[in-house]
Design a protein around this ligand. Structure first.
Ligand SMILES: *[C@@H]1O[C@H](CO)[C@@H](O)[C@H](O)[C@H]1NC(C)=O
Ligand SMILES: *[C@@H]1O[C@H](CO)[C@@H](O)[C@H](O)[C@H]1NC(C)=O
Length: 438
């Protein structure tokens, strides 16, 4: 009796408050952010790049590993997923079409991740190379807006599409992580979904910190991208076309799907301005989607097809022949005593490695800070690894090589803008001013 009367009272109170609530909601929703912001931390034990969003009703923080080439957002729904705004995607719905899902399933008893007549996708964990089937669904997500200089107010998108993963699929992910933020080139990838939810330009930018103690940043939407001391990194980017691989490079996909990975056209490699002899056939994408160059946040270091690896290490060692090598430390092939390499503003003093793109003038130059890895107090190694002769993609540019570089992915123009090392411009990816104006 008491409880029913109190809920009656609650209803009354709600209807009384309704005009005030609806006014304040209208005010929040009329705010159209130009860009959104996700702080990124580098996990100390796995080196994975982590972000945190808020999701569900009521909102809970959800920690995710970033996969630049991941097809979509997936989150474990098996354990602890409680939300009143969870909505499974019905078979044949616009959402299922957008996802190009060809799987329709039944599941009971109903709960998030298990409903009748819903389409499913295959969430993939690239760290353990495993995927599973999972219900496709939507829920509310909130994150920070930005003017490009500071974090702004919190905004939310009511229906962000994602796939339900399973608890076992979290293996190999950093502690506390419950899913993967796929930033890949798909309509259901996070960048395009957020661009359409907030009607901003179909662009995003990634700037990863090399330190596990200070945060890097991902921007969704328009520039500027300003880092302390007041440097707008979106100016002076170098541009190269993004190449669409017609064949999926994911661990699980439907036949006929294109790749969600971001490929660029490396035409040659130079070390100390000399061309490294490599088999150029490996540098382009063939009919079955093999070969070419992509960018990855899953690989810690750049992975090269064996023949390219041997040529690059050989040329690098030759260019540094005056400096004695020390015993190699796996998985690297060429190591040096730190003290025998000088130090520059852009890291250890070693020959620059150039990825030559669409013309001789368009070059992604890799300096010591991005080419060398500190394996101990005394030893630095060339941070490229041998991927074997069976690699699907010949060059996979890994995390270490893109840290403290800003990469802008412009999906509308299908081009990549890159800054090269920000150390040259006396800033780093950890220099975004997270201090709020409020
Ligand atoms: C270059 O690579 C292609 C693709 O793997 C291979 O078929 C070809 O034999 C290679 N050419 C040489 C000269 O090794
Ligand atoms: C960071 O942003 C805040 C808020 O706009 C500002 O007050 C502060 O001066 C900025 N910090 C630096 C070092 O510029």
């Amino acid at each position: 009796m008491a409880s029913s009367s109190s809920s009656f009272y609650f209803l009354l109170l709600c209807s009384f408050l309704f005009p005030i609530i609806s006014l304040s909601t209208a005010k929040t929703t009329s705010f159209r952010p130009k860009a959104l912001l996700l702080p990124v931390t580098k996990d100390a034990s796995t080196s994975q790049y982590l972000v945190q969003i808020k999701q569900r009703t009521p909102f809970v923080p959800v920690k995710l590993t970033v996969d630049l080439g991941g097809e979509f957002l997936w989150i474990d729904c098996e354990k602890g997923y409680v939300s009143s705004s969870y909505k499974p995607a019905r078979c044949g719905s616009a959402q299922c079409n957008l996802a190009q899902s060809k799987a329709c399933g039944e599941c009971s008893p109903p709960k998030p991740g298990c409903n009748k007549n819903t389409c499913s996708l295959f969430p993939y964990n690239p760290f353990i190379r495993t995927s599973t089937g999972g219900e496709f669904a939507s829920d509310v997500v909130s994150l920070l807006s930005t003017n490009g200089l500071n974090p702004g107010r919190v905004v939310s998108a009511p229906k962000v599409l994602f796939t339900c993963g399973s608890t076992f699929l979290l293996q190999g992910l950093a502690s506390g992580v419950t899913g993967i933020a796929g930033l890949g080139r798909k309509k259901i990838g996070l960048p395009l979904q957020l661009a359409s939810a907030f009607s901003f330009n179909r662009k995003f930018a990634v700037c990863l910190s090399s330190s596990t103690r200070s945060k890097g940043v991902i921007f969704f939407g328009n520039e500027p991208y300003v880092f302390l001391p007041n440097i707008d990194v979106s100016k002076n980017l170098i541009y190269t076309p993004l190449i669409l691989n017609p064949v999926s490079t994911s661990g699980s996909f439907f036949e006929g799907e294109t790749s969600a990975d971001y490929f660029i056209g490396v035409k040659s490699i130079k070390i100390n301005d000399k061309v490294v002899p490599v088999n150029t056939t490996l540098l382009s994408i063939d009919k079955v989607g093999n070969g070419g160059t992509k960018i990855s946040t899953v690989e810690r270091y750049t992975v090269l097809h064996t023949s390219i690896y041997n040529a690059v290490v050989g040329a690098f060692v030759k260019a540094l022949s005056k400096v004695p090598r020390v015993k190699a430390v796996a998985p690297f092939g060429a190591c040096y005593a730190s003290k025998s390499l000088g130090s520059t503003r852009v890291g250890p003093g070693v020959p620059a490695i150039d990825l030559v793109l669409q013309s001789k003038k368009v070059v992604w130059r890799i300096f010591g800070a991005n080419s060398m890895v500190q394996v101990s107090d005394e030893v630095l190694c060339l941070g490229f690894v041998d991927g074997g002769v069976e690699t699907r993609t010949s060059i996979v540019i890994g995390g270490h090589q893109i840290e403290d570089n800003l990469l802008q992915f412009d999906l509308a123009a299908s081009r990549l803008g890159f800054s090269s090392s920000l150390l040259f411009r006396q800033t780093t990816c950890a220099n975004f001013n997270f201090t709020s104006i409020a």
